[in-house]
Design a protein around this ligand. Structure first.
Ligand SMILES: *Cc1c(COP(=O)(O)O)cnc(C)c1O
Length: 447
């Protein structure tokens, strides 16, 4: 029986109670690759990449323009993932020299890569220029000068977009709109002579820079498409204002990522077809009102492409009942990983779902908290979940929807080696990123 949301598309629970991923049983994955391990469903990832591209292409074709979908590599990037998403017609966004290096090793053409970051180093900018990236998203007035200087030194013209902050913030169900931004990213649209307008002017003043367009990213894990429409409207307003003063109507607008997914059973992810239509309609309406031509649009999904494709497989160790003040008992189920492989619960209080993956249990469910092995009481993997009352050492536990910001935010806290990323497809598994070893850690310590 298919496990459904929030599990990877190929996750099935068999008659005997064991779970398999794309035809590979949890016990076989644990035996071959050890635990903890991130198990990534290749077909699911490719289908999600494709679904985003097709939904947005269709919606924007309806308003007479094209769209480029950039996979936000920070969610999780490896050589294989970069190849899969490019094979599905996506481009790749990077935010550091490390992400850029992985995309290049995967053979992603420079022209299909974007470089982000609010504090890019000269080396990162040089590496991007060397690779001939399709766009550098500039984030401050000083950075515009730096990119111009480095492009001049390299004898190239750098294609740039200006990242703006629209005052629209989203994340979760609602969005809020404020005039002034109190955050490190982008250039504000607020005021008569806004920092964003100044940046657009600065870019066009440099022959070493080519102004492609305007970029906006409003948040993450967004479930209400209205925030995207509000931001699109502001970005297109800026585009028209700049055209009015300079005569330059920029060709492109990027509306960022942040498309929300389901983490728990019963949650509903943002439908790419719906958000694509909302964005396209907002762009068309704003351009009509402003009397400007419709730009080419790009978007940057990260979480929505990779998040639901992956589950983390852990082995249960210590199980400890703890009596709460109200008399209830909470069963603390310790697993062989924790905040080093999934920081999001500790960082944002993020909710996850876990199930027993290695067997059937008919035991009464108990109120459980899945915790890690780190020296930190906030080392929680799943705050609250019902698990069978006989959950015990040696059981395999799977945690759903860990593909985005799991391995990519992993650390070596307590000098725990980071788990592998194992791809599953058609009944076979293969390691994309190998498990770190204690030798790897010792090799970094020069004594
Ligand atoms: C983080 C980020 C994304 C991707 O966000 P998701 O929530 O993973 O879709 C896209 N663009 C920019 C600029 C980002 O910072």
């Amino acid at each position: 029986m298919s496990l459904g949301t929030p599990w990877p598309a190929g996750a099935v629970r068999h008659e005997d109670g064991e779970v398999s991923f794309a035809g590979v049983r949890a016990s076989a994955l644990a035996a071959e690759h050890g635990t903890p391990a991130y198990v990534l469903d290749e077909a699911d990832l490719r289908a999600r990449a494709r679904r985003y591209r097709e939904a947005f292409e269709e919606a924007f074709a309806a308003i007479g323009t094209g769209v480029d979908v950039y996979y936000a590599g920070k969610a999780f990037l490896s050589v294989a993932v970069a190849r899969w998403v490019t094979a599905e017609g996506l481009r790749v966004d990077t935010a550091t020299g490390g992400e850029l290096a992985v995309a290049l090793r995967a053979g992603v053409p420079g022209a299909s890569i974007g470089l982000h970051g609010n504090n890019k180093s000269d080396d990162e900018i040089r590496a991007a220029l060397d690779a001939g990236v399709g766009r550098i998203i500039v984030d401050s007035l000083v950075e515009i000068e730096r990119v111009a200087r480095l492009a001049g030194a390299a004898g190239v013209v750098a294609p740039v977009m200006v990242r703006v902050t629209t005052g629209v913030h989203a994340g979760g169900h609602e969005y809020i709109s404020t005039a002034h931004e109190d955050q490190k990213f982008g250039l504000s649209l607020a005021g008569e002579d806004s920092p964003a307008l100044q940046a657009l002017r600065a870019v066009t003043s440099h022959p070493e820079l080519r102004l492609l367009g305007i970029h906006s990213h409003i948040g993450s894990q967004i479930l209400d498409p209205a925030g995207f429409a509000a931001a699109a409207d502001k970005v297109l307003g800026l585009r028209a204002s700049f055209a009015a003063e300079s005569g330059t109507l920029v060709d492109e607008v990027d509306l960022g990522g942040g498309f929300g997914i389901a983490y728990l059973p019963g949650e509903v992810e943002l439908d790419p077809a719906v958000v694509a239509r909302v964005q396209a309609e907002a762009v068309a309406a704003a351009c009509e009102r402003l009397g400007t031509a419709v730009p080419r649009v790009s978007i940057e999904p990260g979480r929505a492409v990779v998040g639901p494709t992956t589950a983390t497989l852990y082995t249960v160790g210590t199980v400890k009942p703890v009596r709460l003040e109200d008399g209830r008992v909470r069963t603390y189920v310790s697993v062989d990983g924790g905040m080093s492989d999934n920081l999001r619960p500790a960082l944002y209080g993020a909710a996850y779902h876990a199930e027993l993956a290695s067997r059937r249990s008919d035991a009464e469910p108990v109120l459980a908290r899945v915790v890690g092995k780190h020296c930190e009481s906030g080392d929680i993997v799943v705050h609250e979940v019902q698990l069978p009352g006989d959950v015990r050492a040696g059981d395999l536990l799977a945690v759903a929807a860990t593909g985005a910001y799991g391995r990519s935010m992993a650390s070596n806290y307590n000098l725990v080696p980071r788990p592998p990323v194992v791809a599953v497809s058609d009944g076979a598994s293969r390691v994309l990123v190998r498990r770190e070893s204690v030798e790897d850690l010792l090799a970094l310590d020069l004594g």
